[in-house]
Ligand binder design. Sequence first.
Ligand SMILES: Cc1ncc(COP(=O)(O)O)c(C=O)c1O
Length: 423
Amino acid sequence: MTITQPDLSVFETVESEVRSYCRGWPTIFDRAVGSRMYDEDGHEYLDFFAGAGTLNYGHNNAVLKRALIDYLERDGVTHGLDMSTTAKRRFLETFQNIVLRPRDLPYKVMFPGPTGTNAVESALKLARKVKGRESIVSFTNAFHGMSLGSLAVTGNAFKRAGAGIPLVHGTPMPFDNYFDGTVEDFLWFERLLEDQGSGLNKPAAVIVETVQGEGGINVARVEWLRALAALCERQDMLLIVDDIQMGCGRTGAFFSFEEAGITPDIVTVSKSISGYGMPMALTLFKPELDVWEPGEHNGTFRGNNPAFVTATATLEAYWADGSAMEKQTRKRGEQVEQHMIAITEENLADVKEYRGRGLVWGLEFHDKDRAGKVAKRAFELGLLIETSGPESEVVKLLPALTITPEEMDEGMKTLARAVRETA
Ligand SMILES: Cc1ncc(COP(=O)(O)O)c(C=O)c1O
């Protein structure tokens, strides 16, 4: 594809230097449908990024769009703080009937503000309030958001440095496989918890991603997650699963922890919960943890009613029979894996590893700069892929769960070509 240079001057002169994704994809996007995005010059891009996991059902999904247009046309409430509304009632009832009850999950639902980091902040606050302790344990290469509480439990040095103040009351521990299997899981962590001379303040909670999305597609084994849940129980710490990127079906099941058969005390959900890419977040917790005073955690945009409408439509359309969605995601994931095997075989000397679960996959190279070059070449070839990991050393694939088998093959062939052409 020949790319004509678009006029980016207003973004470069008016918009802050903080902008990031647009630097890797220097064009002006205009329209988007399903797994395709189109720029102002009419170029078509296959989207293997899906709004960083926010568009699990594709761009402008027709079913969700219809529900949204109908709601707006009948003057349904758009902004409602945390007022009781028809749209919120329908969402809560549907979430309970389609998601919580069939999984035997007893959670209360909190609307913490519309972004992922709002959910994380509220989860950390609640854990501290319940346990009366300050310290939270997080894991190496974790990412939980950019506000100060979330940054304190995030690993990335560059992002942490942006805080400008000390980030306190967080203690990092090794994520699964941090020592390449040479150290027994949780040996270090449990020893510190039990040793009165260790200097570790007893934590209120542990926060974990089942697959670290921003941290480099690091997949925790189900037995590691089970052992972590058991450790939390033994040591009287709450277990918070941050399912903001890996939830809503990304790994197969609706919640990414289902495969491990664990029930976290607190779960954070955002990104694809509205289904349509509209801001919305949930903090879920066991009822006995619901010790909030009214208004103790607040926020103007907790009642994004159009998001409740598309979230309800998403659950009805895709999760009323959840097994179909899960099966489809696993099938597409197997398709990705077949291509990953072929790419690895073709580039044996260059590829370090591929890894993933469901429809989140990473491809790591020995040369840490290679992933960035592959993503750049992929863009030129009409494929949107992101990099992740502490040094952006992993190519990250996050296509919509609704992608067709043909689109998947097309994207993976383009990826193979981008790898070949950056050797
Ligand atoms: C696991 C996880 N937690 C929290 C966040 C923060 O979400 P937001 O960017 O909506 O604040 C992200 C965003 O990528 C995430 O992946």
